[in-house]
Design a binder for this molecule. Structure first.
Ligand code: SF4
Length: 469
């Protein structure tokens, strides 16, 4: 299935809005998560204090990312982990393909990981005839459907249970059912066989602790636990921004992440891995692939660096009115919603994802819910400015002819007080004309759901001077 890219965001969004099944499923799911989140954070005495601590830990770490990465690598290697550095997606995929190839691993299982989605690892491994079986239920569903995740933590959020039932009939040949327990039982039976036979397990990483070289993987189904323990080789793909300084810092993030994402007090399974297990209780070999893929470029940008503080909880998606209406696929990006609108243009470049920072009403709901206090609206505005101005690294994104004309006229009027006064007098005259109120042409869509504000009869300046308007 070919999915649209971010270049066609407007058309993707229009198509999504016409899909009433999709919008209904999204509304139900995001409302449920928002309610659960509100209930869960209401029981934490100092939620704001926790958010502030988390933001401070992330800001501190990201400002010294090189130092903490070196510490993480030294301690991980001391515990027997083999660490690999991947500058980009191609290199990361090549490393995992080589590891699988050298060990003759053909049967691979994978637990949910956005980093591996970002580098399109499954497609790369499929070239060697070794595509991993996704073992998170939601990921497995969309793998069966030939789709991509539409949410950071709930990959199949866009699917109703009826649609999943039909998919299972089609792909697994089971009797029709839309009963979640029945569907889950079928998935469990099939996936256990894959776990038992797997030569290699692949996962992402939620946090990497520099002081001990430990990696932490969070999940709710037990599939990551099996992926990281049953196969003799485990490969974890970790974005370099996932490092945190100390074990004690986990206390903060483990309170924030599940409450923000799913409204849980604690994620069901928390797998902490410090090195391989030669006794055979866990993987005999543990490899960590440290993925850059544009992150170090973001880390040295003092304004945009906070993008890397994201702990992938998904709360900003659930709170975003744009995401709630169109879902994740319309963004045409592995990372959808508000975090995707700031992360994807920086990772993939403005030339392909320059439309995404404009896919926001700037209502600020994402900033209010973000557990690490990322100021997403400010970053969206910064990226919009960069898109319009263009930079040495990024080509200029040009708006439509009418938009550019409007901004030129605005700039002309704002260049001096006399021009401004004349423009305002003209605007007061024009607003009385009936066709202006109806806003013909390209502004009609904007006016269909909004009231054009009426200009004050007297300007502030004339009131201040006590003169007539
Ligand atoms: S930006 Fe904040 S709210 Fe959104 S996924 Fe990341 S941590 Fe969660």
């Amino acid at each position: 299935m070919t999915l649209p890219g971010p270049e066609t965001f407007a058309a993707n969004a229009r198509a999504a809005l016409r899909d009433s099944t999709l919008t209904g499923a999204l509304r139900r799911a995001t409302d449920t998560f928002a309610e659960r989140r509100a209930g869960a954070i209401g029981q934490v005495p100092d939620w704001e204090g926790l958010r502030t601590r988390a933001a401070a830990i992330k800001a501190h770490t990201l400002a010294r990312l090189d130092h903490y990465l070196e510490e993480f690598v030294a301690n991980a290697e001391r515990s027997g982990v083999v660490v690999h550095w991947a500058e980009d997606a191609a290199e990361a995929c090549a490393i995992v393909r080589r590891l699988a190839g050298e060990r003759g691993a053909r049967r691979l299982v994978k637990s949910k990981s956005m980093a591996t989605e970002e580098i399109h690892l499954n497609a790369a491994l499929a070239q060697d005839g070794a595509e991993p079986v996704e073992t998170d239920l939601g990921e497995w569903i969309i793998q069966l459907a030939g789709e991509t995740p539409s949410h950071i933590i709930v990959p199949a959020i866009h699917k109703t249970k009826e649609a999943i039932g039909e998919l299972f009939v089609d792909k697994l040949g089971i009797a029709k059912s839309s009963e979640p327990a029945v569907l889950a039982e079928h998935a469990r039976t099939r996936l256990r066989a894959h776990f038992a036979a797997a030569d290699m397990g692949i996962s992402g990483v939620n946090f990497g602790v520099a002081a001990t070289g430990t990696i932490l993987i969070l999940e709710n189904e037990g599939n990551a636990r099996m992926t990281t323990t049953l196969p003799r080789v485990h490969v974890a793909v970790m974005g370099i921004e996932k490092v945190i300084p100390r074990f004690a810092d986990l206390e903060v993030f483990l309170k924030l992440l599940p409450r923000s994402g799913t409204g849980q007090h604690l994620t069901t399974y928390q797998s902490l891995l410090t090195g391989p297990d030669p006794e055979g209780q866990g993987p005999r070999e543990l490899h960590v692939v440290l993925l850059d893929n544009g992150r170090s470029r973001i880390a040295v940008d003092a304004t945009m660096r906070q993008t890397l503080a994201c702990i992938r909880c998904g709360a900003c998606l659930n709170a975003c009115p744009v995401y709630q209406s169109i879902g994740g696929h319309a963004y045409g990006s592995v990372y959808p919603g508000p975090i995707g609108a700031i992360l994807t243009p920086q990772l993939a470049g403005m030339h392909s994802a320059g439309t995404l920072p404009f896919a926001s009403s700037l209502c600020g709901a994402c900033k209010d819910v973000c557990p690490v206090k990322i100021d997403i609206p400010s970053l969206l505005l910064e990226l919009r400015q960069r898109a319009v101005e263009g930079t040495a690294a990024q080509p200029r994104t040009r708006g439509s002819f009418v938009e550019r004309l409007a901004w030129k006229a605005w700039a002309f009027c704002m260049r001096g007080p006399r021009r401004y006064r004349v423009a305002m007098a003209l605007a007061r005259f024009c607003e009385k004309l009936p066709f202006v109120r109806r806003l013909a042409g390209p502004m009609r869509a904007w006016a269909s759901t909004r009231e054009l504000p009426t200009l004050a009869k007297r300007s502030f300046r004339s009131t201040w001077r006590g003169g007539a308007s």
